[in-house]
Design a protein around this ligand. Structure first.
Ligand code: UDX
Ligand code: ADP
Length: 484
């Protein structure tokens, strides 16, 4: 696509994306697919990750995302390249996307709430050092409001310290709204694209790229701070809906109402809408908790304590929901799960992803292990080593458990490849992720091998009650209470 009406410095040809993670990888793959005239280099410091992006076998990409293999197959080696050459790629680039990790700070000021911006800062320093000519720098990662000011300040001060009059920068915010599991379709057909900035030429240069496949009406231009805040606000609103429906799931269990029926009834009101009203074990993922913590931290820093308390309560309900499920399992199994085997179906924070960051499965499994349970964990996509990492060594082997015999004994876990094996000799099986394969289990057969009185805890409501034929097993469904 020729951008004839553009001044030369805004004719974008080379793009560099720093960070080959869940956001950078899929986003750049789709841009490369839709814009064959652009040359895109995705760079990362993590050599192993880059090797995986370059693996010949497209099933070995570092991220599992439906449709990603096809898009990467179409573009890699043509106009999409993955490498660790950060400096070289920045040097060639007309436009640099920053898509690095921004986890919650674990120490110092703002610990447990504010975002850790060390990786963003290091990117800004790399861009300032290596960029040549005019470069448009784009925040893609979710960042606290006003981060663009930090990036600008670093770019300009490094530039001034080198007395480099050749370099110039424009900074834009272009937050990504893709959800994992549907990333490719979200990127190909987004509800909207948001571009925040002050430099109108830079905004239009970026809009022009999206216009290759997205109609202009869907491209919203705002100021920088509105764009940064809108991303935090969108995630906070979505998380708030999940906490709202989860709070009512407990209400349903006490009263005999059915949470799926309530969701349907309220979701048909157009003003409310039917999305994000599915009760579950609590929200996970890398964004919701982090972004709300950010909002809470920023609100308190601005002296807005009531605003901070309001958003904090969304997280409190989320933690409470996870604890509530764990307590329900323990109390149903007669208040004692020490040495009892429990099957766990699903470790990812939702289906269709191998991502387990902040997954409710982590906290629920840890609590069950703390009570002494023996867990058999299955997930179709999360690797055993990742499950082990998430639950840490203290629970990972039987020897450690045996060493503690006679004292306060914690449990241990094993990872199972076959769903059926999680049922053998188990007192209960808990569904924590809504994978398709868990919806078509042969309940009658599988539950035969459980220890009576046995229980299935369906925290995602994936089991169709009419399919659940089992003579000797009880079922608990979230927001439905007990049905025998
Ligand atoms: C989210 C936002 O949706 C996306 O726009 C943003 O760019 C990144 O954060 P993601 O974390 O990938 O995306 O997943 P999402 O589909 O939003 O689900 C988040 C969590 O909420 C999951 O644990 C999911 O299981 C849970 N959830 C979602 C529910 O429990 N019920 C629902 O109805 C919807
Ligand atoms: P997200 O979900 O936001 O995409 P990820 O953690 O999946 O986050 O990916 C972020 C990637 O950014 C990681 O692979 C990490 O190695 C990379 N990264 C972080 N800092 C830098 C940097 N300064 N230069 C290059 N890559 C970086």
């Amino acid at each position: 696509m020729v951008q004839e009406d553009y001044p030369r410095r805004f004719m974008i040809k080379n793009i560099c994306c720093i960070g080959a993670g869940y956001v950078g990888g899929p986003t750049m793959s789709v841009i490369a697919d839709r814009c064959p005239h652009l040359n895109i280099n995705v760079v990362d410091l993590n050599k192993k990750r880059i090797e995986a992006w370059n693996s010949k076998d497209l099933t070995k990409l570092p991220i599992f995302e439906p449709g990603l293999d096809e898009v990467v197959g179409n573009t890699r080696g043509k106009n999409l390249f993955f490498s660790t050459n950060v400096g070289e790629s920045i040097k060639k680039a007309d436009m640099v996307f920053i898509s690095v990790n921004t986890p919650t700070k674990s120490r110092g000021i703002g610990s447990g709430e504010a975002s850790d911006l060390r990786w963003v800062e290091s990117c800004a320093r790399d861009v300032a050092k290596y960029a040549e000519g005019h470069t448009i720098v784009i925040e893609k990662s979710t960042l606290p409001v006003k981060t663009a000011a930090t990036i600008k300040s670093i770019l300009n001060s490094v530039k001034n310290s080198f007395k480099d009059t050749e370099k110039s920068f424009a900074v834009l915010s272009n937050p990504e709204f893709l959800a994992e599991g549907t990333a490719i379709s979200d990127l190909e057909n987004p509800d909207r694209v948001l571009i925040g900035g002050e430099d109108q030429d830079a905004i239009e240069a970026l809009a022009n790229i999206y216009k290759s496949w997205i109609v202009d009406e869907k491209i919203i231009r705002t100021n920088l701070w509105s764009s940064e805040l809108s991303k935090l606000a969108a995630n906070a609103f979505l998380a708030q809906r999940v906490s709202s429906i989860n709070s009512l799931s407990a209400f349903c269990e006490e009263t005999g109402a059915n949470i799926d029926e309530v969701s349907k009834a309220i979701g048909l009101d157009k003003r409310i809408g039917d999305k994000f009203l599915k009760a579950g074990p609590g929200f996970g993922g890398s964004c919701f908790k982090k972004d709300i913590l950010n909002l809470v931290y920023l609100s308190r820093s601005l002296g807005l304590d009531e605003v901070a308390d309001y958003w904090e309560s969304v997280l409190q309900i989320n933690n409470w929901q996870q604890k509530r499920i764990y307590k329900k399992i323990v109390s149903t199994l007669f208040g004692n799960i020490s040495n009892k085997q429990i099957g766990i179906l699903g470790f990812a924070f939702k289906s269709n992803t191998n991502d387990f960051r902040e997954s409710p499965a982590i906290s629920i499994c840890r609590d069950l292990l703390e009570e002494g349970a023996i867990l058999k964990i299955h997930d179709p996509k999360v690797e055993a080593k990742d499950i082990e990492k998430a639950l840490e060594n203290e629970f990972s082997d039987i020897d450690n458990c045996n060493n503690k015999k006679g004292r306060d004994q914690c449990g241990y876990f094993v990872v199972e490849k076959e769903i059926e094996k999680t049922f053998y000799d188990s007192h209960a099986v808990v569904i924590l992720t809504e994978w398709e394969e868990y919806k078509i289990i042969d309940w009658e057969n599988f539950t035969k091998n459980m220890i009576a009185p046995s229980w299935i805890f369906d925290t995602r409501n994936v089991i169709d009650q009419s399919d659940f034929k089992s003579n000797n097993c009880n079922i608990w469904k979230i927001g439905n209470g007990i049905k025998n």
